[in-house]
Design a protein around this ligand. Sequence first.
Ligand code: ADP
Length: 434
Amino acid sequence: MQDFWFRLITPIAFSALFALLLWGIFSAIPALLFMLLVLMIVMARHGRQLYKLGQWLNDARLETIPEAGGIWDELFSQLYRMVKQLNQAEQGLAAELQHIEQATAALPEGVAILNEANRIEWCNPLAQMHFSLDIERDLMQDITYLVRQPEFIEYLHASNFSEPLVMKPARHDDMLLSIKLIPYGGNKRLLISRDITQLERIEAMRRDFVANVSHELRTPLTVVSGFVENLQDMPDISKENARRALQLMAEQTRRMDNLVADLLTLSRLENDQNPLREEIVDMGVLLNEIYQDGQMLSGGSHALRLEVLGNTKLLGNREELRSAFGNLLSNAIRYTPPGGAISLRWAERDGQPVFSVRDSGIGIDAQHIPRLTERFYRVDRSRSRETGGTGLGLAIVKHIAIRHQARLEVLSEEGKGSSFTLVFPTRRQMTDDR
Ligand code: ADP
């Protein structure tokens, strides 16, 4: 500060001394004229710097700050430091803001801030998607004009938000949203929206599955308990009738047993904690075993053929492969009338190991093919049951295929026959000499 006054006054003080000297040598007039000239020059210089400062303040950028000498140099240097600090603070704030924006964009939930009049003050991209909002256009709009479902408006005007609202958004009717309002900061509210479509689908699948299993078990249980009651009520039943009843009961018990076994296999295959234990499997040996099992199951009613070509070593789990191939062959036998032909084939297609079962059986109408691997999906319910099917065979095959990164291909024509093919990735093929 002292320095400032010293630098401001020094030239004027020196000029005044010089003016006094002039006064002493000449007279008052030249001294006053000199002093007037000096003050005018000083004023003009300060005026010029003030003008520059005024101009610069119109668009205060660091790189255009004016250059000056004397006391103005000090002033502009201070201004330069101030603007620089401000710029740095602004950049810091912008970076923080960007971080917050990135964090809210990455949130797995939609978030919108509503004011006391339900106007949207801010929302993240997911909230824009859930409610079909356009942030440029809809900011500070009343949300009840944009989301018009009556249940939503009712929820917004209610005072109890402890339970979320579940609703379908207007423009995505295949989506299900769970919506929650959280009041905060006096009169503001956070609107949180969560996409629960997948959760709801899994829940529906679980409900269907429980209903299906109960239904599958109910029929054999009803048969068995009916026979048991009959046997109790008829102590003098003939030996022949009792034998027939016991035979039918044994059949139903076997059915339940098969169902429980298939359910356990499926749950083991679906268990994430049960990774695939790999080994090198000799397909020649495995397919021979499966072929023998097929001969027994068919009881000589079908013409069975086995063809094993090329490299026979596959990296996979022997028991799982046996179960998948066995299921496909048992289906071919069960859905091919006596006298039909069934062929098992192991070969290479475009460098990929391929297993296929082809039959000349009843075939499948094209509309059913995409759903065959769903649990309990059957084209002909009674035929499946009569032949001891559980409706889970192809679901098991699909899971085993997934665990081996294989693809299941189904080709079929009603009345002509079907072919089920498992295409394995090339990397599972092992060299024969290993
Ligand atoms: P299922 O125990 O009923 O055979 P799967 O899951 O093995 O259950 O098969 C599902 C359905 O696919 C069967 O009910 C049957 O309608 C059909 N299917 C499977 N394999 C064949 C085949 N080789 N020929 C005709 N239909 C088949």
